[in-house]
Design a protein around this ligand. Structure first.
Ligand SMILES: C[S@@+](CC[C@H](N)C(=O)[O-])C[C@H]1O[C@@H](n2cnc3c(N)ncnc32)[C@H](O)[C@@H]1O
Length: 221
């Protein structure tokens, strides 16, 4: 496995975000493998660009591009009063006063020297997925962690994953004592659909390869 350049690793480690180094390197390895398909690498959940840096480095090396999707207003748990709130990421304009991670993301990517390897899409993931029409080499799901959001990301993006492409899901915790269950539930759905085979795990990061079959649509109810 190749490693990110030292400057890129340093940029990753100094970026704000929620991706530990070992999981980041596993994401980078998956992205490097997926990039061989020559298709874009898609991330849901840019936040401040920590994981995007590693997707961008793999895309650069593989001659493809990373696409990253976020409305930049933060997930539920990042809002004021919640566990993962960072007050420095609130827009200082009193007429806005909402989370805004876009400026920090842009600064992070610029400093990492990877701007040319990323297309950033600002908006709600399911709305962008509904407009999407290009096969993807990798889908990395790290957006909203409620059932509503995780399921919408799974349903919206996995149909665009090319056969042989990789689905990567972050924060998969089989034991509810370790964390929320929505990412675990979409991981289970992926496996039960028969459309994916599992590759080695790194802590809460799961990597699944898509076979020729189409992932199942959500069940009603
Ligand atoms: C856990 S953070 C992503 C962390 C990032 N991947 C990292 O490595 O640091 C989740 C992000 O998903 C975004 N998000 C949540 N729900 C979303 C949705 N429905 N559409 C677009 N972005 C969403 C939030 O704004 C937040 O920035």
């Amino acid at each position: 496995m190749t490693k990110p350049r030292p400057s890129v690793l340093a940029a990753f480690e100094s970026a704000k975000g929620f991706m530990p180094l070992d999981e980041g390197l596993a994401l980078y390895a998956a992205a490097g493998e997926a990039a061989r398909l020559g298709l874009p690498l898609l991330e849901v959940g840019t936040y401040c660009g920590r994981s995007t840096i590693l997707l961008a480095e793999a895309a650069r090396e593989g001659g493809t591009v990373a696409v990253t999707v976020d409305h930049h207003r933060g997930s539920e748990e990042q809002q004021p009063g919640w566990e993962y709130h960072d007050p420095s990421l609130v827009d200082p304009d009193p007429d806005v006063a909402r989370m805004d991670t876009l400026p920090v993301f842009r600064r992070t990517l610029f400093k990492a020297g990877l701007e040319d390897h990323v297309i950033a899409l600002v908006g709600r993931s399911p709305r962008i997925a509904a407009l999407w029409g290009t096969p993807l080499g990798l889908v990395f799901i790290d957006g909203g962690h409620t059932d509503e959001h995780a399921s919408a990301d799974f349903d919206g993006w996995t149909p665009h994953l090319a056969p042989g492409g990789l689905l990567v899901i972050h924060d998969v915790f089989p034991d509810p004592a370790d964390g929320g269950q929505a990412p675990y539930r979409i991981y289970r759905r992926a496996l039960e659909s028969g459309a994916f085979t599992e590759l080695p795990t790194t802590r809460s990061l799961r990597v699944l390869r898509r076979s020729g079959r189409q992932p199942m649509a959500a069940q009603p109810g």
